[in-house]
Design a protein. Structure first.
Length: 548
């Protein structure tokens, strides 16, 4: 009687060989996790070595300006740099080339018609908390600048280099982390961002403005990458009938919650511990984000590419996903080129439209709305009115998020983005009219600008995440996120150079590209509401039938 030969599984290997390979991969991953934890410990220890200098300044109101950096701080900085490198080494896979090649053949389809499961709700909650922590970092800038001006005895023009440096970091981080997310996995990029947060908490112990400027850039690197990666991960996990409102709601609540968290910490802690405590808060919040990373599932596609099939099956079972392996069919890809081409006018036009809209948001949010109060005071309006306009912006933004989520998910994704741009254009035109007339109430123009821009930014990144193929989703969403900060960076450059134009001129300058963005979205944008992401993705529906 002939003995049955072992049945191959997939690429010519037997089931026993598959099990052995999976076990070896699991052991390597446990070792990598230990290396990551070691890196986190090193970064935390490096931050702890900076705390004695901060505590010694208690009797001086925690003013450290002019104090020399001790030897322990130098060692602490070395531990932070080395720890981030060690953590990155533990997170990033060794077989990068093999993984990239495998990921091109694996397609994991999100659950398109299933109801939400506890796993979906848990993921949304965790990502909201993660975004609150992330947004809180750059939101703290406005609350630290007055203290920096007072302690470092410099003008606002020079201190403007701090938010400029942070925005430059977020622009760089949005692109860099988007690339990392596409190559190394969503979870790895989120965890690495959290480790960077922990390290930048030493801003609170830096005795010089120059060090604060440098560390704010690094903080921006970490903060800039979280938002696009979060949207990319959520877009891949959510069913289509729930994807729209969940993306807008998670992003909107995270943004508004981050501002409230920053303002709350400022009100409670700054009077006692000075502005520096807002940077030191990066230590506990960054470590909390690392712990939250354990509740964020890794992309099933990433796990399959690394040979961790058992873990991938568990993730897909939780979210109802399916996976197939097969080369991309060129026939199907070219047939769908009009709906979601990776190259050509459709791709370039769509990316340009969303990037231009994001840039206009940055110019308005980090430029025009920041300059408006001073301009109103110069025109004779009361200080109380000018200050209250922006102070109430967060309260106005909260209901706007729910309205935007409803319109995005129940009406039209493309139409909602266009509507937010139209409201923004109307607000800009009314600001221009206010400038030309010299009289009138600024309440309606400012309210329209705040409603339009908050709705726009709440929908823009989710729409970008839905509009591009999975294998470049992190990068393209990162580019759009970078442009939202790039506009603000341009505004801060003008502030540093003392070249801020008159508000009427600013309105004209901004309204023209905003109108162009509206027209480009109307022409190149796709309707994504309720549609299977595979229908919008030239990589989708191209399987050869081989299950994984």
């Amino acid at each position: 009687m002939r003995r049955a030969s072992p049945r191959p599984d997939g690429g010519g290997r037997t089931r026993s060989q598959e099990r052995i390979a999976s076990l070896v991969t699991a052991l390597r991953d446990r070792r990598a996790a230990s290396v990551f934890v070691l890196g986190v410990i090193a970064v935390t220890a490096g931050v702890a070595l900076h705390l004695p200098m901060f505590m010694m300044a208690q009797d001086m109101g925690y003013r450290l300006y002019g104090m020399p950096m001790g030897q322990e701080m130098v060692w602490g900085m070395a531990l932070i740099i080395g720890g981030i490198g060690i953590a990155a080494y533990g997170l990033l896979p060794r077989n990068v080339a093999e993984q990239v090649a495998a990921s091109r053949e694996i397609v994991v389809s999100p659950p398109e018609d299933l109801p939400l499961t506890p796993a979906h709700w848990r993921l949304m909650l965790v990502l909201v908390i993660a975004l609150v922590i992330d947004v809180m970092k750059p939101s703290s800038l406005g609350f630290t600048i007055p203290g920096m001006v007072d302690e470092y005895r410099v003008g606002k023009q020079l201190v403007s280099l701090v938010p400029l440096s942070a925005l430059l970091g977020t622009v760089t981080g949005s692109v860099l982390w988007g690339l990392i997310a596409d190559v190394y996995g969503r979870k790895a990029s989120i965890l690495l961002s959290a480790v960077v947060f922990v390290g930048t908490s030493i801003c609170g112990a830096m005795p010089s403005l120059a060090w604060n400027i440098a560390m704010c850039f690094i903080m921006g690197l970490g903060a800039g990458g979280m938002l696009p990666v979060t949207y990319a991960l959520l877009a891949e996990m959510m069913p289509s009938k729930h994807r729209g409102w969940s993306l807008v709601l998670v992003g909107g609540l995270g943004s508004v919650g981050g501002y409230f968290a920053a303002s709350g910490l400022s009100a409670v802690l700054v009077p006692t511990f000075s502005w520096r405590v807002l940077w030191l808060a990066n230590l506990p919040t960054g470590l909390a984000l690392v712990l939250l990373g354990g509740l964020i599932p890794e992309s099933a596609k990433f796990l399959l590419a690394r040979g961790r099939k058992d873990e991938a099956r568990k993730v897909m079972a939780l979210f109802g996903s399916e996976a197939r392996r097969g080369p991309i069919s060129e026939t199907v890809q070219f047939a769908k080129a009009g709906a979601g081409a990776l190259t050509g006018r459709a791709f370039v036009g769509k990316l340009l439209a969303l990037s231009l809209a994001a840039t206009c948001y940055g110019l308005i949010n980090f430029g025009l709305l920041l300059w408006l109060p001073a301009d109103l005071v110069a025109k004779g309006y009361s200080m109380e009115l000018s200050s209250s306009l922006l102070a109430k912006s967060a309260l106005i933004a909260l209901p706007t998020i729910f309205i935007a989520a409803w319109g995005y998910s129940r009406w039209s994704t493309k139409g909602s983005v266009i509507a937010s741009l139209a409201v923004t254009v109307l607000g800009l035109l009314l600001v221009l009219r206010l400038e030309l007339a010299g009289t009138g109430s600024p309440v309606i123009p400012v309210a329209l600008l705040i409603i339009g821009t908050n709705a726009l930014i709440a929908m823009l990144l989710p729409y970008a995440a839905e509009s591009f193929p999975m294998r470049i989703r992190g990068r393209t969403t990162g580019v759009v996120a970078a442009c939202s900060k790039g506009g603000g960076m341009l505004a801060q450059v003008l502030a540093v150079l003392a070249m801020v134009p008159a508000l009427g001129a600013v309105s004209i300058i901004v309204v023209l590209p905003t109108v162009a963005a509206l027209l480009l979205v109307a022409w190149f944008g796709q309707e994504t509401r309720g549609r299977d992401l595979r229908d919008l993705d030239p990589d989708g529906h191209t399987f050869d039938g081989t299950g994984i």
